[in-house]
Design a protein around this ligand. Structure first.
Ligand SMILES: [Zn+2]
Length: 484
């Protein structure tokens, strides 16, 4: 089998044929940096990070571009509300973006261009579109004339006639057709502005991706990605601009991830029903969030609720425990080469390849992770009981496969006990008790026991149990852990 990708443009799963054999060029629309990122942004970020990792696993050389929209109506409005400059707002939110995305273990793309650094390239495309008669000036603004581009609507499967029937021109807008969109906007007082042949102003939103994509990846690249909400108008307009100027669509494959829903409604800032990444990673470890987001295929909608994250937490605990059980086997070589070929891991990785080649099926990869952890557990038990035919070789094979699948999914970033220590912190935060408070109670119980005051000792034990803290008296002293 070879890689197949669902292409929004054709509505079909297609064989993937890159422009340059062996090299994938991918452009993903990034965020408008006017506020903190929410779980919708986390999904797009994690999904395309997984696509990036998958392409590398499949042996492609990959060039990945993800932009920042750093000039836009929302940025101007928010900066003026807060009494700071647009630059200050943008810098603050780009810093926060990296904190959030790094916390989710996203690999940095090869290029992360900012729109305002590409004004000249945008103006070049606008000049070409004007020269070709596909755009027109109106009072310092420049608009794209959608009627002049017969393919308009092909990506989003909309017909111009139907769209026109539903559209209305706002007063004072100099558009010929209500569906025409701005390539350049005349400057308004107090807004960021750049000189141009059409007077001072700033670019429209869509033109930036046409310019940055072409500049960094060429006139025709392989994959263009983003959230489903970008199909129309953003990507539709981008095709019109790029194809209008260069004669061919910018990308061969258009990939769009589904929404994160709450009660069947899309999570979005405009609807006000959103959770920021930091709110969620206060309650759940970022790896749990990753596993939850990748447990569903990227094109399907995903429901957001604490109970689903708890489920992912349970799965991740199971996976880490399986790794840990192997690592503490006497004689287990923790530092063995995970890339060394062996029959067991090769077979499993062949299955992983099949899942990735099937339109990046992360849900199948997650199922494979589970299946492999189960086999690893069996192999570890067999070694412990000296079963015939099962050896360290099997343990190493399953262990190595598990880590490799985890690597493609962006999991197992923590070492050994590190994960369980982190998870304990999340549990204690949820329960509302600190490690210090627990230790104080444990010490008081120890003292009571020494004084043979078993009534008090038992009362303290019950108090801890009520908070899901279990204790055990061992020869090394009293141990405690959180009961899940
Ligand atoms: Zn874009």
């Amino acid at each position: 089998m070879s890689l197949k990708i669902y292409n929004t443009f054709t509505g079909k799963k297609e064989d993937f044929v890159p422009v340059v054999p062996g090299h994938v060029k991918m452009y993903v629309c990034g965020v408008t940096v006017y506020d903190r990122c929410h779980m919708g942004h986390a999904r797009a970020g994690v999904v395309f990070d997984f696509v990036y990792r998958s392409l590398k696993f499949l042996g492609f050389e990959t060039t990945y571009v993800r932009n920042f929209t750093d000039v836009d109506d929302k940025i101007i409005k928010r900066a003026s509300e807060r009494g700071i400059t647009c630059d200050e707002l943008v810098d603050e939110n780009i810093k926060a973006f990296y904190e959030d995305m790094d916390s989710l273990f996203l690999k940095r793309p090869d290029h992360e261009p900012r729109a305002t650094r590409y004004i000249a390239q945008m103006q070049d495309i606008i000049k070409t579109l004007l020269a070709k008669g596909l755009a027109y000036e109106a009072g310092g603004d420049v608009y794209f004339a959608v009627e002049k581009f017969p393919e308009y609507g092909n990506l989003s499967k909309r017909h111009l006639d139907e769209m026109e029937a539903g559209a209305r021109v706002a007063v004072n807008e100099g558009k010929n057709n209500p569906l025409d969109f701005a390539l350049w906007k005349a400057a308004k007082p107090g807004e960021p502005k750049w000189p141009s042949p059409w007077g001072e102003g700033r670019p429209g939103w869509h033109i930036e991706c046409s310019a940055m994509g072409r500049d960094l990846l060429g006139e025709e690249f392989d994959i263009h990605g983003g959230g489903k909400d970008l199909v129309f108008p953003h990507h539709e307009n981008e095709i019109a601009q790029s194809q209008g100027a260069c004669g061919k669509p910018p990308a061969r494959y258009w990939m769009h991830n589904g929404f994160v829903n709450i009660n069947k409604e899309k999570m979005s800032k405009s609807l006000g029903n959103f959770f920021t990444i930091r709110e969620v990673t206060q309650k759940f470890d970022p790896e749990v969030v990753r596993l939850y987001l990748l447990s569903t295929h990227y094109r399907s909608p995903i429901d957001f609720a604490d109970e689903y994250l708890r489920e992912a937490q349970g799965t991740l605990d199971y996976l880490y425990r399986a790794l840990h059980r192997a690592e503490i086997l006497p004689g287990f070589d923790y530092n063995f080469d995970p890339n060394k070929a062996d029959e067991i891991s090769d077979n499993i990785l062949e299955k992983l390849k099949g899942a990735l080649e099937d339109d990046f099926n992360s849900a199948t990869a997650v199922a494979l992770l589970h299946e492999t952890a189960k086999k690893l557990n069996l192999a570890v038990s067999s070694v412990k009981h000296n079963s015939v035919g099962i050896s360290y070789v099997s343990v190493a094979g399953y262990y190595s496969a598990l880590r490799r699948i985890g690597d493609v999914l962006g999991l197992f970033n923590y070492e050994r006990e590190g994960y369980f220590k982190r998870i304990t912190v999340f549990h204690l935060r949820e329960i509302g008790i600190s490690e210090y408070e627990i230790q104080t109670l444990v010490d008081r119980r120890d003292s009571a026991r020494k004084l043979k005051n078993f009534i008090e000792a038992d009362a303290i034990r019950d108090k801890l149990l009520n908070k899901r803290i279990e204790i055990e008296d061992t020869q090394f002293g009293t141990k405690w852990w959180v009961h899940r």
